[in-house]
Design a protein around this ligand. Structure first.
Ligand code: HEC
Length: 153
């Protein structure tokens, strides 16, 4: 009985802390608000459209005979939220897209999506996220509210 009680307490602590390493929690992470139009421009400038088609956006040209076609936008299937969207741009190999022929999207467990982290500015990332988010049918982002800091006088 005491053992069961201990297990319940441990479980409650785990739930409170969230799973995994709490120092790596995404809680409190929010990019500033981005600009959808500039995001669309960045999407083309960075040639994201050479591998991605945007669902319902025939006006955004996708290279027809591209070796890779991963669809972005539309009904949420894999990307469920803001955090996952940001992560899939800056760390594409964190979780690989399912439902595509393996050779099209990955090699040796690594995403074929290039790493943009040393060429993309944070502003471009912010705008890209705003643009892509508008293409997905997902729940609205609840921006993290930061408490004001009060300094003693
Ligand atoms: C050379 C091809 C290529 C280019 C260029 C490319 N990507 Fe990708 N991208 C992929 C592949 C392949 C995947 C699927 C594998 C994976 O999940 O990493 C992917 C996945 C994604 C996903 C997650 C999709 C999902 O449903 O899981 C997002 C979002 C994304 N890319 C955004 C971008 C953005 C923004 C750019 C431009 C800055 C870009 N990609 C450029 C190949 C590319």
């Amino acid at each position: 009985m005491r053992y069961l009680y201990l297990m319940l307490v441990l479980l409650a602590v785990q739930l409170l802390q969230g799973c995994g390493d709490p120092t790596k929690s995404g809680r409190g992470f929010t990019l500033p608000e981005g600009d959808v139009e500039k995001g669309q421009a960045a999407f083309l400038e960075l040639h994201c459209n050479s591998c991605h088609a945007v669902v319902g956006r025939a006006d955004i040209p996708h290279v027809e005979d591209a070796a890779i076609t991963v669809k972005l936008g539309g009904k949420v299937r894999i990307i469920q939220n803001y955090g996952q969207l940001v992560t899939s741009i800056i760390n594409p190999s964190h979780r690989l897209a399912k439902g595509y022929p393996q050779a099209m999207v990955q090699t040796e467990g690594q995403s074929l999506m290039p790493n943009y982290n040393s060429v993309m500015t944070v502003q471009q990332l912010t705008d890209l996220v705003a643009f892509l988010q508008a293409q997905y049918e997902m729940d609205p982002v609840i921006q993290t509210r930061y408490p004001r800091y009060h300094y003693p006088k």
